[in-house]
Design a protein around this ligand. Structure first.
Ligand SMILES: Cc1ncc(COP(=O)(O)O)c(C=O)c1O
Length: 392
């Protein structure tokens, strides 16, 4: 029995899987079980920023397993990699304190709980309301789903966490209209990912920041997909000259090791006391060594600036090569987070690309999402855009 049949037999059918079994990765190339190679334009859904087989990263993880023999100690004890990874997140985000989680959704859960607890401490009331955005995506757990702006994802699982209202992304007046005395937080992605690669407009994000400051509301930015250099800045909010009160991170934070985090300003973070929140695995020495090494690799490779350069090159190449193709409606995004909107469904294009040795994914039925490893080169981009163009 092959991998596909066996998988369908024992794993819950929660994913529409592509007919492809991947067995190896090197740089930006993935290899399937027949030995066929693919250029990777998806990075495991915006995760593998370093590509595959980065030696410094692999050596660090191997050493933690083989030399230290220590993957887990629980949060009842200290471990040196916790603060080392935490310090690097503090530096990257410009915020003060960090909590490690095991996934993106769990980082969102924690951020929402922190906002509610902060409001509770401030007002003595357990009634904090949250404003989220239409077309947003924050994850599949109950709290994260409650602030996800796609009704089809939410409805089968209702009743969800209460006290959430949805505003229109990039419409400041729609946010203002929802603010009440009980609003404790606004949550949004700086660049909407799953919703179709829509960057926040500067006036919108800056306006929401100002509104939050005036009303004493916390701004939570979800940078799980758009953070960690993907947009050509370490954090996407740097493009806007704003800082959130809480930020959520995951995906490229571990570059494959499952880890997330939320970071907050000190006065907000201090609302969580021992007993308020926790996780068994979160921030264990293995994942924190991975996070710390990811930041070291980013620095060594000057990866954020590289992503900015490659992002500009990719957008220019797409604009040139897709010019005159009637089905292409828009090419948008920042850095190496690009959406190509079509007037038709994109799954046949994605399938054709796979046959020609290119792995790409969608964000909605008519948008191709390009989120390659940040280590991608100009030559790789030439190849990627040639294949893609030939598939339309
Ligand atoms: C912006 C954003 N937030 C949250 C999540 C959820 O992260 P995870 O799948 O690690 O739970 C995702 C995943 O795609 C995401 O893109």
């Amino acid at each position: 029995m092959d991998v596909k049949e066996k998988t369908e037999e024992v794993l819950i059918h929660a994913y529409g899987k592509r007919p492809l079994t991947l067995v190896k990765g090197k740089g930006v190339i993935l290899t399937d079980d027949t030995g066929k190679e693919y250029l990777d334009g998806a990075a495991g859904i915006a995760v593998c920023a370093l590509g595959y087989g980065n030696k410094k990263y692999s050596d660090a993880l191997t050493a933690q397993i083989e030399d230290a023999g220590l993957l887990q100690v629980s949060n009842l004890f200290y471990n040196e990699w916790g603060y080392k990874a935490g310090e690097k997140i503090v530096k990257a985000t410009g915020l003060d304190k960090v909590f490690f989680t095991n996934s993106g959704a769990e980082a969102v859960e924690g951020a929402l709980k922190l906002a509610r607890k902060y409001y509770y401490n401030k007002t003595g009331k357990a009634s904090g309301k949250i404003i989220a955005m239409e077309h947003s995506f924050h994850g599949r757990t109950f709290g994260a789903l409650s602030v996800t702006g796609k009704a089809a994802y939410r409805e089968p699982f209702e009743p969800l966490v209460g006290g959430v209202d949805f505003a229109t992304f990039n419409d400041l007046e729609s946010v203002k209209a929802l603010v009440t005395e009980e609003t404790c937080a606004v949550i949004m992605e700086t660049v909407q990912g799953e919703g179709g690669i829509y960057p926040a407009e500067p006036g919108f994000l800056q306006g929401v920041r100002k509104l939050c400051d005036e009303k004493g509301i916390l701004l939570i930015l979800d940078e799980i997909q758009c953070g960690m250099g993907r947009t050509g800045k370490m954090m996407a909010y740097e493009h806007y000259g704003v800082k959130p009160d809480i930020v959520t991170m995951a995906k490229a934070l571990g570059c494959g090791v499952p880890v997330g985090a939320f970071a907050a300003k000190a006065k907000v973070a201090d609302a969580l006391m021992p007993g308020d929140h926790g996780t068994t695995y979160g921030g264990n020495p293995f994942v924190c060594k991975a996070v710390s090494t990811v930041f070291d690799c980013f620095e060594e490779l000057d990866l954020v600036n590289h992503a900015a350069d490659m992002g500009a090159y990719l957008k220019e190449a797409l604009t040139k090569k897709l010019a005159g193709k009637d089905e292409v409606k828009d090419i948008r995004g920042i850095g190496l987070m690009i959406g190509i909107e079509f007037s038709c469904p994109v799954s046949p294009i994605i399938e054709k690309a796979r046959e020609k040795g290119l792995i790409i994914i969608s964000a909605g039925s008519n948008i191709i999402r390009l989120v390659p490893p940040l280590v991608i080169t100009k030559e790789d981009i030439d190849k990627l855009t040639d294949i893609l163009s030939s598939c339309i």
